[in-house]
Design a protein around this ligand. Sequence first.
Ligand SMILES: [Zn+2]
Length: 418
Amino acid sequence: MPRRAVVVEDDQIAGELAKSLLTQAGYEVDSFARGDASVLAAIAELKPELVILDILMPGEDGLTLCHRIKGNASLRACKVIVVSGKSYEADRLRAHRCGADFFIEKPFDPAAFPKLVDEVMSGALSLQAGTIPEIPESERPELSLSVWGCRGPGAAQGSTRYGSRSSCVSVEWEGSFFIFDAGSGILDCGEELARRGTPHEIWLFLSHFHRDHVEGLGAFLARLPPGTNVRLGAPKDPDRTLASQVEAAASLSSTGPIGASVEIYEMKEERYEVLPGVALAAFYTNHPGQTLGFSLKARGKKLVYCPDSELYGEGATAFEDYDDKLARSCEGADFLIHDGAHATTEHLSLKMSGHSSALDAVEFAGKHGIGKLLVFHHDASRSDEDLDRYAMDAGAKARTKKYPLGLAFARCGLKLGI
Ligand SMILES: [Zn+2]
């Protein structure tokens, strides 16, 4: 018996294209040019295995219809792919909340469409499984993470949905504010703090002194209101004092005298009780020079920040024990932010680069039972389409391996619960 699909699309060309591609793929297709109650009734009657829905239509919009289909018990097995020609990221998020199985940006690629539909039908590709939903603005989890910058060195070109700022994330809860790295993303973090009223005390930890981790430091410190106290922890280079390293890093982007008072802490591979009930552990990562990763334990949760780190993966030799060492630092972690700078195919030729692929990060997090993984440190030359593709491949790997892993690709402005 042929499989049944329904296309709901008011744009005639896009509707006809979807219909003919699905027919070629062996589906029996019914189509509708608007969304309303009669269409929902028709879908309930037809019981298709797949519905393709346009978001903007006369009558009821596609996401409302998607929500109704997903709320209809008799259509539980039906997959819904939402298509839209605009504001991809915001719509994708809404589609996720309305229960859509996947989202395709229009105009879609006819050559890629059949494979994509197959993968959605098999569950290999899904918006719903293996993703970490963004925090709605009305909610504020106890411990929240904000991504201010997620790129490696070199500015990303043009406008990009993932953002062009370099490494910086913050973690906060009830008046405590921790920042990891001071790439250019920290400038937006500083603006947000100024908007809200900068807290008296800020904790700032630098993983290392490569430019993409410190280029925003000087301007950030210069813009803080006088009286702000910054506790800055960073690894020491054996050949230079930490103060001179911080000074050199801050002068990269300084726009004036520094108003905040800065206390500098030299960090080693050690565990620190930074506040009552808050533990921070530093560990060396597999990256050129003295590079630290950090684990933060607070409010019963553990987050690991490891932005520049080369995993050896399945091909590790007996001497390459970094993955085991990192696994010890990640023991019991709820959330891992890890380097995923490379696409897999390149990674083989880039061994010893100090960076990992998203697929290796998925394998590592899945194998060690980590709840959520945020793939981080995207190469600045990667386009949105490249990163979308890596994200889909990474999601497919997690699902193929049946890892119960929440997965997200970092983008500037992303806010997640830990
Ligand atoms: Zn880096």
